[in-house]
Design a binder for this molecule. Structure first.
Ligand SMILES: C[S@@+](CC[C@H](N)C(=O)[O-])C[C@H]1O[C@@H](n2cnc3c(N)ncnc32)[C@H](O)[C@@H]1O
Length: 195
C-alpha cells in the first residue's frame, strides 16, 4: 500500500467519525464464532474493531490488524470500555506485507474488505478445523456506489471458488447489505472449515 492510500484511510475516518463509533458485529460471524474459550482469532482490516471486540467478548484472544491508526485508537478505547483490552492486540500494519504464522488461528475474519492474495496467504495461518469467514461487497448492477474499483468487488460465487480446495463450505450467501450502511450494495459471505 502506498503512503497516499494509508493517508486516504486515515482521512476517511477523520471525515466520517461515525465509522469510529461502536457498531454491531458481522451477523455471520455472530452465528458461527460465539465461544472462544481462549482460542485465537485474527480480524483482517479490522477498522474500529466491531468484529474483533465481539470476538474478545466471546473469550477469543484476538489479533486485530489495520493500517489506519485512528481506527485502532478507537478500537483500543472501546476495548477498555468493554473490559476486554487484555484480549485484543491492535496491530498497525499494512496487510500487503502480512503473512500469519502457520496454523496459529482458530478463526480468521475479513469483512468489508477484499484482498485475494491476503486470503491465500492466510489459509496456512488457520488451524485444521478452523473457520475462515469472509463477507464483503460484490459486483451487481443495482449497487448504489458506482465508483468502486472492480478489483475490490467479488464476482458471483467467487468465494466458493477461492475456498474450493482444502475447505468445507458451511455456508455461502449473496444478499443486500445491512440498512445502517451508507450505500445499498450487494454482498457475499462464506464460512468455511479447514480440512
Ligand atoms: C470498510 S473498512 C472495514 C472495517 C471492518 N472490517 C468492518 O467490517 O467494519 C476497511 C478497512 O480496511 C483497512 N485497510 C485498507 N487497506 C489496508 C491495508 N493494505 N492494510 C491494512 N488495512 C487496510 C482500512 O484502514 C479500513 O479500516
Amino acid at each position: 500500500m502506498s503512503v497516499a492510500d494509508k493517508e486516504k484511510w486515515d482521512q476517511k475516518y477523520i471525515d466520517k467519525p461515525r465509522l469510529l463509533t461502536p457498531r454491531a458485529a458481522s451477523e455471520v460471524l455472530v452465528r458461527y464464532a460465539f465461544k472462544g474459550e481462549g482460542s485465537r482469532a485474527l480480524d483482517l482490516a479490522c477498522g474500529a474493531g466491531r468484529n474483533a471486540l465481539y470476538l474478545a467478548e466471546r473469550h477469543y484472544v484476538v489479533d486485530a490488524v489495520d493500517v489506519a491508526a485512528i481506527a485502532l485508537e478507537a478500537l483500543k478505547e472501546d476495548a477498555l470500555q468493554r473490559g476486554v483490552a487484555e484480549s485484543v492486540d491492535a496491530v498497525l500494519q499494512d496487510l500487503d506485507a502480512f503473512t500469519p504464522k502457520p496454523e496459529l488461528y482458530d478463526v480468521i475474519v475479513m469483512s468489508n474488505f477484499l484482498d485475494r492474495g491476503l486470503i491465500e496467504r492466510c489459509k496456512a495461518g488457520l488451524k485444521k478445523e478452523g473457520l475462515f469467514i469472509v463477507e464483503t461487497y460484490m459486483v451487481d448492477e443495482t449497487n448504489e456506489k458506482k465508483d468502486s474499483a472492480l478489483s475490490n468487488l467479488l464476482q458471483s460465487e467467487e468465494l466458493k471458488e477461492i475456498f474450493k480446495d482444502g475447505f468445507l463450505v458451511l455456508e455461502y450467501k449473496e444478499f443486500e447489505n445491512e440498512p445502517h450502511e451508507i450505500y445499498r450494495m450487494k454482498k457475499q459471505s462464506i464460512v468455511v472449515k479447514k480440512l
